[in-house]
Design a protein around this ligand. Structure first.
Ligand code: HEC
Ligand code: HEC
Length: 469
């Protein structure tokens, strides 16, 4: 009797072992066909996982980036000394602010960042668009801003930078050395972002010079260190051009591209999960071959064609004051004044997209799954849009349907991808998560980009964030 039981047990364990073996080999085979297909697409699309830039990436430890960091965190550049760049672009908040629509000047507690940041009573939200990440900004070759209003003029090579200070497509002689520097000269001129009621009559250049004058009192040593010039004269050194240059170098040092996707492209089949691989297949495959063809727009290693498209993201908030409702946003149509550009926004990069929410130019989607569903089936997503996902107070939701449908009717550029399951959506999200550099989720790893309380603070206006989410 006992012997029989033993024999049976022996038999079942052999059987079990065989099943296990069979399972693991079939799983392995399955993985390898997925790998084969995916690696083929990677080859076809010439991907390397390392976006290209012609310029050198500044080190965060370089004197100029260190000066730029101090300026980026200093409320001295806010007209009313209550806002810094970092108020809306904190490294611990994915280089953004975790809000759908930002709060710049007149926050209840200026140093509180994250989803608990509130406006003082009696003030209204004044920034119509979501704050994009400053991470990897160095890789943008063509333009900055959701509507591209900082734009490289690339008439046979680099021929200057167009900015809102000059007519469209003309070179701004004060644009600076690169797009990031050119951009850094504008938030300080925006009433709702940083300026408040400071010098409300002054033009942009007068304002910039006054802010530079403000720094002359206490910042000379920091600038001498930053520009490695211990003798330089204060008026030569503390200029609006040097301020924006230093800030730009700090931002351009924020390169975070060491993600699992890169490991996978370097040959490590185990760097990403089978689900992420299936998601990647959908992302890169053409619709004819059963994919979602996301890489039609999110192309290349920076996951953007840097062009403008109408994807009809639900238009929430105050918009840019245009359209029938006066709360719509025409995107780059308002910049180029071309009818074909109406409702188009720049394709964002998807590197680190997991940590850069809320998503869309107005932060209409507060989950990554939500925006992915929109990209797969836009009309369904718009009709079933859940307004309750917007927990932030003071956002106008009443014109949303009208504003969004105006964009849809004008010429939605997304196709509805058929036969997509919930599993497919989750797989795409898993793939997007492989684009996260672990550094951006790690306080210690990000610490070089965050000034310490013990660091020298020229005028005591450094913003040491209290992050609440
Ligand atoms: C009140 C919040 C706020 C403050 C303060 C702020 N920004 Fe922004 N930033 C935004 C918003 C919103 C946008 C997008 C605006 C648009 O596209 O119309 C943006 C866009 C940018 C971009 C372009 C990103 C891209 O992908 O094109 C950069 C770079 C940037 N800001 C850097 C800065 C710097 C430097 C400062 C300080 C001088 C600053 N920001 C201050 C909210 C803010
Ligand atoms: C027709 C071009 C196009 C296609 C195809 C496309 N996208 Fe997009 N995508 C965009 C544009 C443009 C935006 C920004 C829209 C806006 O903010 O108004 C965007 C935004 C996003 C965002 C939000 C990023 C952020 O930082 O807010 C994600 C995530 C995204 N797309 C993923 C996908 C996925 C996944 C697919 C495939 C299912 C896809 N996209 C297909 C053009 C496209």
């Amino acid at each position: 009797m006992k012997k029989r039981m033993k024999k049976n047990l022996y038999k079942t364990s052999i059987l079990f072992l065989l099943i296990c073996l069979n399972f693991s080999t079939s799983a392995k085979n399955k993985t390898s066909t997925v790998d084969q297909n995916l690696r083929e697409l990677i080859q076809q699309q010439k991907l390397t996982a390392v976006p290209k830039t012609k310029s050198d990436i500044p080190s965060i430890y370089s004197p100029i980036a260190q000066l730029g960091m101090k300026l980026f965190y200093s409320k001295a550049l806010g007209g009313e000394k209550d806002t810094a760049c970092v108020s809306c672009h904190h490294p611990l908040l994915g280089g953004g602010d975790n809000l759908s629509l930002p709060i710049g000047t007149h926050a209840q507690k200026p140093d509180v960042l994250g989803s608990k940041r509130r406006l003082k009573k009696g003030y209204k939200l004044g920034v119509p668009r979501n704050a994009p990440t400053t991470f990897n900004i160095i890789f943008h070759k063509k333009s900055l801003f959701h509507d591209g209003r900082i734009q490289a003029i690339t008439d046979q090579g680099f021929a200057g930078i167009n900015t809102p200070d000059v007519p469209f497509e003309k070179d701004d002689p004060l644009g600076g050395n690169n797009l990031v520097q050119a951009q850094a000269r504008f938030p300080i001129t925006s009433i709702a972002e940083m300026r408040g009621s400071f010098m409300s009559e002054a033009g942009t250049e007068t304002l910039r010079r006054s802010l530079a004058d403000r720094l002359k009192k206490n910042w000379l040593e920091a600038f001498r260190y930053g520009f490695s010039d211990s003798q330089a004269d204060v008026d030569d050194l503390i200029t609006e051009q040097n301020i924006s240059f230093a800030i730009g170098e700090y931002e351009r040092s924020q390169v975070f591209i060491n993600n699992p996707w890169r490991k996978y492209l370097a040959g490590d089949d185990n760097a990403i999960s089978i689900n992420a691989k299936k998601g990647a297949l959908l992302f890169f495959k053409s619709q004819a071959k059963g994919g979602a063809n996301c890489s039609r727009c999110h192309s290349g290693d920076f996951f953007t064609d840097e062009l403008f498209h109408n994807t009809a993201i639900p238009q929430i908030g105050m918009g840019r004051g245009v359209g029938k409702t006066k709360t719509n946003d025409f995107g780059c149509g308002s910049i180029s004044n071309k009818a074909s550009d109406k409702f188009r926004f720049r394709t964002p990069s998807l590197l680190n997209v997991e940590v850069t929410g809320p998503w869309g130019h107005d932060g209409a989607y507060t989950t990554l799954e939500g925006i992915v569903r929109h990209m797969l089936a836009p009309l369904k997503s718009i009709y079933h849009y859940d307004k309750k996902q917007i927990k932030q107070k003071g956002i106008n939701l009443k014109d949303m349907e009208k504003n969004t449908l105006a964009a849809v009717k004008y010429g939605l550029e997304l196709n509805t991808i058929k036969n997509i399951s919930t599993k497919d959506v989750k797989n795409i999200v898993s793939f997007l998560q492989t684009l996260t550099d672990p550094c951006v989720k790690n306080v210690k790893c990000l610490s070089p980009w965050i000034p310490k309380k013990t660091d020298n603070d020229p005028d005591g206006l450094m913003l040491h964030a209290i992050i609440k989410s």
